[in-house]
Design a protein around this ligand. Structure first.
Ligand SMILES: [Zn+2]
Length: 745
């Protein structure tokens, strides 16, 4: 009996010890205890009412780049920051931004129709009537044009859709293509249309994708109404984002600007977004074949491909002035490592009122700053410098973040530890995408944040949801892996310049998946009425975003050893290599099989004489690819990552602070100054947005795109570059391990 009691006492004591001596990666036990206390104090500060008030203020009027209220918002944000005693300023850049002067679209044949091209004000929605300040529906960086031609429906306008059209014997040469929003990023649609010879591109919102097929139309429900249209940029951002006239350098007053005629990121043909109500007359008057089943939308017409008899006339003329943009930047100096910077950002500009995009993200960011300012008053001193950025000009082409980071590139490369981004925020599950060296760190923070709906941790909730949605054969690995995997970053928000151009470890974070919304994206109806009726209506998740991102900032800023972890990175790179091998072998098998079908006469046998069908041409089978250089380098990285991990664990709290200088460079080593083939601005060799997907990520992009775009000579050449980078990363980790071991002798 006595024995059992003493065992129990010991057990209880051990439990209590675990309670009072928490472990936090990169922190000694004493530092961890203090840090967790400060974090808890921080998380009690953000208030839902303040988030609602921030949104009311920032979304009260349209505030696109160059508008009076955009500048007004920047000045208001600055005043708020200063009123909390923070050191903040506005950094101004001048950038090219096109706005519409003339827009018209008509159906000329076989009947006439003049497109309305306007979103009507709704009596229920009090800010939808601010017409004099609203930007009309248009695509920024479409070229000017006045063209007429037959219409062809191209589905989403992806590479696969053009292959299908070719098979059907339909050419878009000389035609105006009508594509629907969805699947690929919008800028890819005119890019591919132009490459196939089209003279203009219309992009409409089919109710199948964000309308009546998904839910009730606004204002009864959250989905896009008949005359709702999606504004947006069609700048060729996968080549380079930011000011089109100052590629690679900050758009400061003395920067050399290339003439408009030499800019490569404008669309090649005129582009215009339209509503489904405006698209319907064009679709109704298309002849030719009925579309393949997956191409059908949700309008009450039989979808045909064309070309014609519908004939359209599109006229577009833009103002091509350069305009000032206003980034608001606040800085809290680090007390121990002022030259190590942790950077946070969210944009403040919108297409119109932008309650969801971006105010639902920038409002929590502002609340984080208020909470951190309060912590400073209470005596908290971050060890590293914290920089908060409120970007302007994100919507047209990531202008504010790109120009700022290009201007400060040299300093950022030396000093930046990490960049944490958010954008529009919703209700539901946490999502983080980004650098895999921060995967373990993200998991750690998620375990300390409680979900307001289920009262379990955000981590547990996401883990259960992820497992339930995964294919059965993947669930075993998900249950046994200690960390939830995070996805890689493509493009689509302000992290792009940090990760892809400068090689700064980056994360994009936010909540979503439960709101009913999405249908008012980039329309005049994305406003306070919409957000407070259909999105995170009580701002519980706005508050949670402030808590989560703020905790991340504090934990990165205060760590004794930066909490990067590389075994997860190495593991992820192995999964990418497996994907590449499968991609190459599947492609060989498909081409071989198609060639065999052509030789067998399969296509002749399937030809329906009443329907035109063009058989594909035989293609050369790509040679086998030798993946050994990549496999070997990835193995070296795995080994180095494990050694570092072991040395770090063994070091307890005796890790030397000089280690951080090495860790800061770890993401930089995954880049190459030469950049990716045909787009040198993109320097990261592991992550990039796809040249033909836009926002969608391509991992190990040099190799992957060489395979996909069938340039076999380039595949192994690109592989060597990636292998070299992985080896450099392994060498850096070996040096870090040595340093740890020397310090612990
Ligand atoms: Zn946004």
């Amino acid at each position: 009996m006595r024995q059992i009691t003493s065992v129990l006492i010991l057990f209880t004591l051990a439990l209590q010890a675990a309670d009072i001596a928490p472990t936090l990666r990169g922190y000694s036990q004493r530092a961890a205890t203090a840090e967790l206390e400060w974090e808890k104090t921080f998380r009690a500060i953000p208030q839902q009412d303040r988030l609602r008030e921030n949104m009311r203020r920032l979304s009260a009027r349209p505030h696109h780049l160059g508008s009076p209220y955009d500048k007004d918002n920047a000045e208001w944000i600055l005043a708020q920051l200063k009123s909390w005693g923070l050191d903040a300023k506005i950094e101004v850049f001048d950038t090219l931004f096109s706005t519409p002067l003339e827009r018209s679209l008509e159906l000329l044949e076989p009947v006439t129709y003049k497109a309305r091209l306007e979103e009507p004000a709704l009596p229920e929605d009090p800010t939808s009537n601010q017409k004099s300040e609203q930007l009309p529906t248009y695509n920024a960086y479409s070229i000017d044009g006045d063209v007429s031609g037959p219409v062809v429906y191209v589905n989403y306008g992806t590479p696969a859709d053009y292959e299908q059209l070719q098979r059907m014997g339909v050419s878009v040469s000389g035609a105006i293509v009508l594509a629907r929003y969805g699947e690929s990023w919008r800028g890819i649609k005119p890019k591919l249309a132009a490459e196939h010879g089209a003279i203009a591109c219309l992009i409409y919102s089919d109710p199948h994708d964000d309308g009546s097929m998904r839910g009730d139309e606004y204002p009864k429900g959250p989905m896009r109404p008949p005359f709702g249209a999606q504004r947006g940029s069609v700048m060729d951002m996968p080549v380079y984002p930011g000011d089109p006239q100052t590629p690679g350098v900050g758009a400061t007053p003395d920067a050399k600007k290339i003439p408009l005629s030499e800019v490569t990121t404008l669309s090649k043909i005129p582009v215009m977004p339209i509503s489904y109500a405006d698209a319907e007359p064009f679709l109704k008057n298309l002849g030719g074949d009925v579309v393949p089943e997956p191409w059908r939308g949700n309008l009450p017409v039989t979808y045909h491909v064309g070309p014609g008899p519908a004939k359209a006339h599109l006229h577009l003329k833009f103002n091509w002035d350069r305009r000032p943009l206003y980034n608001v930047i606040a800085r809290i100096p680090g007390s121990r490592y002022p030259d190590e910077w942790v950077v946070r950002g969210n944009h403040h500009d919108a297409w119109v009122n932008g309650a969801s995009d971006p105010v639902s993200g920038v409002s929590p960011e502002l609340e984080e700053m208020r909470a951190l300012a309060e912590l400073l008053q209470k005596g908290w001193k971050p060890e590293r410098t914290i920089i908060y950025c409120f970007w302007d000009g994100e919507e047209p082409g990531l202008l504010g973040s790109t120009e700022w980071a290009e201007t400060h590139a040299a300093e950022l490369k030396r000093h930046a530890v990490a960049y944490i981004n958010s954008d529009g925020n919703g209700r539901g599950f946490f999502r983080a995408e980004g650098s895999h060296s921060l995967e373990n760190f993200v998991n750690g923070v998620m375990k300390d944040i409680d979900d307001p709906e289920t009262h379990m941790t955000v981590w547990k909730r996401l883990r259960l949801a992820d497992i339930s949605r995964a294919p059965i054969d993947k669930r075993g690995e998900m249950r046994s892996r200690p960390d939830l995997r995070i996805a890689a970053l493509g493009s689509g928000s302000d992290y792009t310049v940090f990760i892809d151009h400068l090689g700064i470890a980056s994360l994009n974070v936010g909540y979503g998946g439960e709101d009913e919304g999405g249908g008012q994206y980039h329309s005049i109806y994305d406003d306070v009425y919409y957000y407070t009726h259909f999105m995170d209506t009580d701002f519980a998740y706005g508050r949670l975003l402030a808590e989560t991102a703020g905790t991340m900032m504090m934990r990165l800023a205060d760590a004794e050893v930066l909490p990067f972890q590389f075994t997860g990175l190495a593991d992820t790179i192995h999964t990418y290599i497996t994907e590449l091998k499968k991609l190459a072998s599947d492609q060989r098998a498909e081409i071989k099989e198609r060639n065999a079908e052509i030789e067998d006469g399969t296509f002749a046998a399937l030809t329906n004489p009443k329907r035109k069908m063009v058989p594909p041409a035989k293609e050369p089978v790509p040679p086998y690819v030798n993946f050994a250089p990549l496999d070997n380098a990835a193995d070296e990285l795995s080994q180095a990552a494990e050694n570092y991990e072991r040395a770090l664990l063994a070091s307890g709290d005796r890790a030397p602070a000089s280690l951080n200088a090495k860790l800061i460079q770890s993401e930089r080593l995954l880049t190459s100054a030469e950049g990716l083939p045909n787009r040198p601005w993109f320097e990261h060799l592991i992550y990039a947005p796809g040249l033909y997907t836009g926002y969608g990520v391509k991992t190990i992009p040099g190799v992957r795109e060489a395979i996909e775009q069938k340039r076999p000579a380039e595949v192994e050449q690109q592989m060597i570059r990636v292998a070299t980078a992985l080896r450099n990363e392994a060498n850096l980790l070996d040096a870090a391990t040595q340093e740890l071991m020397a310090a612990n002798k």
